[in-house]
Design a protein around this ligand. Structure first.
Ligand SMILES: *Cc1c(COP(=O)(O)O)cnc(C)c1O
Length: 418
């Protein structure tokens, strides 16, 4: 039928064996498909892991491919050009913990990835799988970070890229995508319009791998590497609480899946943990559903400075609610002013400059602590998923030099009162 589909018989996606529908568990062969034709629910990768040992992982490369035995990627994935993200630092954040009045916080600092957000993880896995399926173009609809990651990964692989963004996107995110010289298209519309357009184009162009559309089952598995790294960096154990920002909700559900797989494989003790979700009030459909006790998510029109999280109709919303409820966590949302305060608090206490999404996570954690839903005595991990340099407009005009002075020591001393 198509070049892309003809090759699916011989794919090597490591431990991945099948796709399974999330609702009713219908099974089908590995293919670049994302919805079950049987029950119309999202498709997820099913595995035959066999025995996976900590030693095998620890002997692997210092990037996400150390977890290749737990991902839908070829067995020789580390030999194929890709962006090699991952193994970002897990920072013990004692000064932030003190400011928030809790015992122990860890910050998973994913600003350290090749294009400075966690999206490099999911795109690297999507590219590895898409190559096996015979695609030649990497594409996406994006709220910004995904655009960077797709354009960079395609450049490194020598592929074409087609990146669709809302035309209102932050200037920095436009420039940091355009520099990789793929086809960047600004669309007059919001992210949900751009996403619909991508679904249509994916059906028309069968050699285009839309990372978060037609190869979404593979892409989303990349988020598990955040959970794997946190557990390994804690000395092969799970934290008690974790706070995760929500856009489509994929990352949150996959962090949970990653923790569960580690437990099932005996790589960590199956200790209980709670998953908490963070949204900006200006785009908080999942938080609203949680608050009202609903199990479906009512779409909204986003209006927030946290544009990387501004998905009004989140594909994995219901599964986020399942995960949070099952683990005993909670979901909360914060105003744009609180987001900026969150950015500044993390910078002031830990020297980490995060983008608005990280501000959402920090501010939500603060609110959850103040309202008694995050246990101050339990160990908590905050996922800081993107870099502040991409959203400078969020802090523009709110911070700056204390004074502008002539080049004189007296002038400096006077300003500082020393
Ligand atoms: C995309 C994104 C997320 C969340 O992604 P999901 O769609 O929920 O998986 C979180 N933080 C940043 C910075 C992002 O770009």
């Amino acid at each position: 039928m198509t070049a892309a589909l003809e090759t699916t018989k011989s794919v090597d996606l490591g431990p991945a064996v099948e796709l399974v529908s999330k609702e009713e568990g219908h099974r089908q062969p590995l293919a670049p498909e994302f919805v079950s034709a049987e029950d119309f629910s999202p498709l997820e990768v099913a595995y035959d892991f066999g025995r996976v040992r900590r030693e095998d992982i620890e002997a692997g490369p210092r990037n996400i491919w150390r977890y290749k035995r737990l991902l839908p990627v070829p067995s020789n994935v580390e030999e194929i050009p890709n962006t090699e993200p991952g193994c970002t630092r897990l920072v013990r954040a004692d000064r932030l913990a003190k400011a928030l009045g809790v015992k122990r916080i860890w910050v998973k600092d994913d600003t350290g990835n090749p294009t400075h957000s966690f999206k490099d993880r999911v795109v690297a896995v999507a590219l590895a799988a898409a190559r096996e399926f015979g695609f030649d173009t990497l594409a996406c609809p994006s709220t910004g970070n995904l655009a960077n990651a797709v354009a960079a990964a395609a450049a490194r692989a020598g592929w074409q890229s087609v990146v669709l963004i809302p035309s209102s996107l932050e200037r920095a995110k436009i420039l940091t995508t355009a520099v990789y010289d793929g086809a960047l298209i600004a669309v007059d519309g919001n992210y949900d319009d751009v996403n619909r357009l991508a679904t249509q184009l994916a059906a028309e162009h069968e050699t285009w791998a839309f990372v978060n559309v037609n190869v979404r089952p593979y892409y989303s598995e990349g988020s598990k590497t955040l959970a794997f790294e946190v557990a390994e960096q804690l000395g092969w154990r799970l934290p008690e609480q974790i706070v995760v920002p929500i856009a489509s909700g994929s990352q949150l559900t996959k962090v949970d899946k990653g923790f569960r797989e580690l437990g099932q494989l005996g790589l960590v003790d199956e200790s209980p943990y709670k998953v908490f979700g963070a949204q900006a009030t200006g785009c908080s459909p999942v938080s609203a559903a949680f608050r009202n006790g609903h199990d479906v998510v009512q779409p909204v029109k986003p209006d927030t400075i946290a544009r990387s999280l501004a998905i009004g109709n989140p594909a994995d919303g219901p599964y986020v609610l399942d995960t949070v409820n099952r683990t005993g966590g909670a979901i909360e949302d914060v105003s744009d002013e609180e987001v900026v305060e969150g950015i500044r608090l993390l910078a002031r206490t830990e020297g980490i400059f995060t983008e608005t999404a990280g501000g959402v996570t920090v501010a939500t954690a603060k609110k959850l602590i103040e309202t008694g839903r995050l246990d101050p005595d339990a160990e908590t991990v905050l996922l800081i998923t993107g870099d502040g340099l991409k959203t400078l407009d969020a802090v523009e005009g709110k911070i700056g030099p204390k004074a502008t002075v002539p080049p004189s020591a007296d002038a400096v001393n006077e300003v500082l009162g020393r």
